[in-house]
Design a protein around this ligand. Structure first.
Ligand code: NAI
Length: 699
């Protein structure tokens, strides 16, 4: 049963019951229609209440139907709303907890709405690159005003019911009750009070105009256009709401439908819908059942109060989890704590954090120089220098003091986690937690699964990631894990491109136009060019024949490490982040080309983007087939949340799918013929080659 029917006195009650959030799947839609028809046919019933069981009135579309025929099976949501709105007995929506998307559209089709305080109200379709397609853009402005409705629809943000219910002139809610517990009785009483109303109010009959309609939409178009950048949906939302103010209701509905269908077919919406499912998939580990009992994490220890240790600690403090942070010297400890304070104080100054909250969080932090103080923590995360010898010492000391059953995590970005685990007598309790810098801001967490990591350790860390608002992806033990292993190839390509004739600014601009937050050279300057230098030195020993551009080494030899030295690929004014072109660097590149015997050529932006993005794709395909990532969509998550890949393109793997894997392979074959590139690298990974040959996509 996904919609239950009962009669209380002379009021029929239809209760949506499709856990977890009463998604409006086919069976539920059918249940609503059947319920309304039964109530209309029963002469004893004078009014109808529609409500939701459990945790929501309704969260909207049933996500299990996304992209499937079931989503369109009649009655579709529009059909359900028509039945409800045309009922000749009053229909009252009794709303609590969550009313979103199609759920709100259904409520807007009812004649009356009673809401419980604490309800979250939203039309979040824009977040999937869509617009509300069942009348939401036409009805919401009629009940809360054009401006408020447009804000909600364009942002997709959640608004508390109290705020809406108390807004002057609003017609969204007829009654606000204090709690969900009182809702059903209040709705029944309300239904009885309107049982004899003959001329039932319909939202569709209300007027819809902004007092300065033309001027307002002119202004809104500019603002939304600037905000939406590469996404078509926000402007289409605006167009739909504007239609509500200009067209007859049914024509407005038809316009909304047309715009909705157009958006469904855009690559941007496909990318955002892909991301929605990718995020849900990422939290699942193939061989770890969701029923796995978790270890309890009530307290955390962090080793090292440097760049990463401080940021990592803040994540837990923000979630109300006490942290003990350990350093070797008082001075380093004081510096680390001062940085945490400074970060919080900046948030207080900007009004993003209340002073009391800041103090509460700092009170949860215990600095120490003694390993003995960590005996009782449930999880410890190591973030000391990236040297195996230092990690060995730290893990041996931890093994001696940490209580049995606690989890030992390393934030290493390049070292072998299995070796780190071997420094302890409990490798099953050791896991990698690879945060990204700044660790209190970046959403990505690579959870590194060692050979011996226990399943419940993995499950616990994945659940904890959610608690501290990270998006976690499981990675295997491979050099650079998922993201950094891929970026190494991307950086090599960036080097080849300038060898062959592009300038750093042309490369950066092309990539930023594609949608990346930052091009590879600006990113190098931000992260510090010395990091890549160290990796290249290591590679030169491991793979002496590996081809790469030496320009970055020459840059580092000049001490141009990036923003931190005020000079890298670009110059930077003190305290500023705007890149300024440096002629010396360009001359250095030209000289390098001469020395290497390369005649520079004009390189198109298209080639730049394809070489950079497909280098990610090919390396990712290797990672996937070697089993270091669980699924292609996990790789997308890594790149979207950790490396600034444009969201509207859905990540490198989704982009490759959209481009067509056959086309990707053909393009790579062309790149392999370039004498200044690495022909070996451009051999398509076997998995990619196979999928392309079979006309399939990355899954
Ligand atoms: P950092 O140099 O800023 O901080 C390291 C801190 O560890 C220093 O404060 C140092 O005093 C302390 N330390 C050194 N030996 C210690 C010991 N035996 N016991 C206690 N504390 C000790 O380095 P950062 O950047 O924070 O890196 C730390 C770890 O995080 C490394 O493994 C690094 O590879 C990894 N990582 C760094 C990222 C970054 O962007 N900086 C990103 C992701 C991971």
């Amino acid at each position: 049963m996904t919609a239950e029917y009962k009669v209380h006195d002379d009021v029929a009650i239809i209760t949506l019951n499709n856990p977890p959030v009463n998604g409006l799947g086919f069976a539920t839609r059918k249940g609503i229609v059947d319920g309304v028809e039964q109530a209309l046919a029963d002469s004893k019933v004078k009014a109808i209440v529609i409500t939701g069981a459990g945790k929501a009135f309704s969260g909207g579309a049933d996500i299990t139907e996304f992209g499937k025929d079931a989503a369109f099976r009649e009655p579709n949501l529009h059909g359900v709303i028509t039945v409800v709105e045309n009922a000749d007995k009053p229909v009252v929506a009794a709303i609590h907890s969550v009313v979103m998307g199609g759920g709100l559209e259904l409520a807007l089709g009812c004649h009356y709405r009673v809401v419980a305080a604490g309800t979250k109200v939203a039309l979040p379709e824009v977040k999937l690159g869509l617009l509300p397609g069942a009348g939401g853009t036409q009805r919401l402005p009629r009940v809360i005003g054009v401006e408020a409705a447009l804000n909600m629809i364009v942002s997709g943000e959640t608004v508390p019911a109290e705020l809406l219910a108390n807004a002057p002139g609003q017609k969204l809610f007829d009654e606000l009750v204090d709690s969900p517990q009182e809702l059903e009785q209040a709705a029944i009483a309300f239904a009885k009070s309107v049982a004899n109303v003959k001329d039932l109010p319909k939202v569709r009959d209300l007027p819809c105009k902004h007092p300065q309609n033309e001027a307002y939409f002119g202004f809104a178009r500019t603002t939304v256009g600037a905000m939406a950048k590469n996404l078509p949906a926000p402007l289409k939302c605006l167009e739909a709401v504007e239609a509500a103010t200009k067209l007859k209701f049914d024509d407005g509905l038809a316009k909304e439908r047309e715009l909705f269908i157009n958006l469904m077919w855009t690559p941007e919406s496909r990318a955002l819908r892909h991301l929605f499912f990718a995020e849900r998939a990422a939290s699942k580990i193939d061989d770890v059942p969701s029923s796995t009992a978790l270890r309890e994490i009530k307290t955390v220890g962090v080793i090292g109060a440097g760049t990463m240790g401080g940021g990592i600690s803040m994540n837990f403090l923000n979630a109300g989890i006490p942290v003990t942070i350990l350093e070797t010297k008082q001075e380093a400890l004081d510096r680390g704590i001062a940085t945490i304070r400074k970060n919080y104080e900046a948030q207080v100054k900007k009004g993003k954090l209340k002073q009391e909250k800041y103090e509460e969080r700092m009170a949860l932090l215990t600095p120490t120089l003694q390993y003995g103080d960590l005996g009782n923590v449930d999880l410890v995360i190591e973030a000391v220098f990236e040297e195996m010898g230092v990690k060995e010492q730290v893990f041996q000391q931890l093994d001696a003091v940490i209580k049995p059953g606690a989890i030992l995590a390393s934030n290493t970005s390049t070292l072998d986690l299995n070796q780190i685990a071997s420094f302890t007598k409990r490798p099953e309790d050791v896991v990698g937690m690879h945060f990204f810098s700044p660790a209190n801001v970046m959403k990505l967490l690579e959870v590194v699964r060692g050979e011996k990591t226990a399943k419940d350790v993995l499950a616990t860390v994945m659940a904890l990631a959610k608690k501290i608002k990270k998006v976690a992806v499981v990675a295997g033990v491979t050099d650079g894990f998922i993201g950094n292993r891929m970026i190494e190839q991307y950086s090599r390509q960036a080097g080849f491109l300038i060898d062959e004739g592009a300038t750093p600014q042309q490369v950066d601009k092309a990539v930023e136009k594609f949608g990346f937050a930052m091009g590879p050279f600006r990113m190098g300057d931000l992260a510090g060019n010395d990091i890549g230098w160290a990796i290249r030195k290591r590679r030169a020993v491991e793979k002496p024949d590996l081809r790469y551009s030496k320009t970055a080494d020459l840059l580092c030899e000049k001490g141009r490490f990036g923003q931190k030295t005020g000079a890298g690929w670009y110059d930077y004014e003190p305290g500023k982040r705007e890149p300024i072109v440096n002629q010396e660097v360009l001359t250095m590149i030209e000289q390098y080309r001469k020395d290497a015997g390369i005649t520079p050529r004009k390189i198109s932006d298209e080639e730049i983007v394809q070489r950079l993005v497909f280098s990610l794709v090919n390396e990712a395909a290797h990672i996937l087939e070697e089993g270091f990532a669980q699924r292609a969509s996990d790789i997308d998550i890594v790149y979207l949340y950790g490396y600034g890949f444009p969201f509207f393109r859905g990540g490198p793997m989704n982009y490759a799918n959209e481009f067509g894997l056959f086309n990707v392979v053909e393009t790579m074959k062309r790149f392999a013929k370039n004498p200044h590139d690495d022909a070996n690298f451009w051999q398509p990974a076997p998995l990619l080659k196979q999928l392309a040959a079979e006309g399939k996509q990355f899954q």
